[in-house]
Design a protein around this ligand. Structure first.
Ligand code: C5P
Length: 222
C-alpha cells in the first residue's frame, strides 16, 4: 500500500514505547503497540488455562483474540473479552510470558493480519521487535533503538517506581538480559535490525532529543 509506516524496533526498555507514542502524536498518525498483542495472547492463555507451550491452541488463540483498543483521555484502554486489562498486561510477569509465547511461529502468524490492519491513512508508527524485518518490510523508514542494559534497567525501575512498585535493580537487569536473549535467539523473527534500519543508541539521551532525531529522519524521507 502507499500508506507510510515508521517502524521502531529494539530491545525491552530502550524507550521504543515512549518514542513511538510521541512520534505518532507529533505526526498525527496511528500507533501499533505490537508488544501489547503478545502480552494479550499470554494473558488470555493464562486466564483460559491454555498451556503456553501448546503451539496449535496458542496459534488459534492469537488469531481469534477478542481485543479492543479504546482511545480515551487517560491514554489507550486495552479491553480483552470485555475486561479492562490495561494494567494487567503491563506487569513484568506478563512481559516474560509474552516473550515465551512469542517464540511460537503459530502465534506470530496468528497476529500478522491484525498487525497489518493498523496500517491506515494518514500513516502508522509501529513499535515492536520485528516491525521492520517481518511485519512491514516495505516501510520507508525503519529505526532500531537501543540503549545499554544498565540504562534500560534503570529506566524500567524509575517507571515502576512511578507506579508505586519498588523493584530491585539486579533482578531487573537479570530479567531484561534473559528476555533480550530469548528475543534475539529465537528461530522465527528474532530481534535484529533490518538491513535498511537507522541505528539509534539512546544511552544518555533524553526522550525529546531522541524524538527530534527521528523527526529529522522522517522529514528527510519526504
Ligand atoms: O515490547 P513488550 O515488552 O511489550 O513486548 C513483550 C514481548 O513480546 C517481548 O519481550 C517479545 O518477546 C514479544 N514481542 C515480539 N515481537 C514484537 C513485539 C513483542 O516478539 N513485535
Amino acid at each position: 500500500t502507499n500508506v507510510p509506516v515508521v517502524t521502531i524496533d529494539g530491545p525491552s526498555g530502550s524507550g521504543k514505547g515512549t518514542l513511538s507514542r510521541l512520534l505518532a502524536g507529533a505526526l498525527g498518525w496511528h500507533f501499533l503497540d505490537s508488544g501489547a498483542l503478545y502480552r494479550l495472547v499470554a494473558l488470555a492463555a493464562m486466564r483460559d488455562g491454555v498451556p503456553l507451550e501448546d503451539a496449535p491452541r496458542m496459534g488459534d488463540l492469537a488469531a481469534s483474540l477478542d481485543v479492543d483498543f479504546v482511545a480515551g483521555s487517560g491514554g489507550t484502554q486495552v479491553v480483552l473479552c470485555g475486561d479492562d486489562v490495561s494494567l494487567a498486561i503491563r506487569e513484568e510477569s506478563c512481559g516474560i510470558a509474552a516473550s515465551k509465547v512469542a517464540v511460537l511461529p503459530e502465534v506470530r502468524e496468528g497476529l500478522l493480519a491484525r498487525q497489518r490492519a493498523f496500517r491506515r491513512k494518514p500513516g502508522l508508527v509501529a513499535d515492536g521487535r520485528d516491525m521492520g524485518t517481518v511485519v512491514f518490510p516495505d516501510a520507508p523508514l525503519k529505526v532500531f533503538l537501543t540503549a545499554s542494559l544498565e540504562e534500560r534497567a534503570t529506566r524500567r525501575r524509575k517507571q515502576l517506581k512511578e507506579q508505586g512498585i519498588d523493584a530491585n535493580l539486579h533482578a531487573l537487569l537479570h530479567d531484561l538480559a534473559e528476555r533480550d536473549a530469548r528475543d534475539a535467539q529465537r528461530a522465527v523473527a528474532p530481534l535484529r535490525p533490518a538491513d535498511d534500519a537507522m541505528m539509534l543508541d539512546s544511552s544518555g539521551m533524553d526522550i525529546q532529543t531522541v524524538l527530534d532525531q527521528v523527526l529529522e529522519f522522517v522529514s528527510a524521507r519526504h
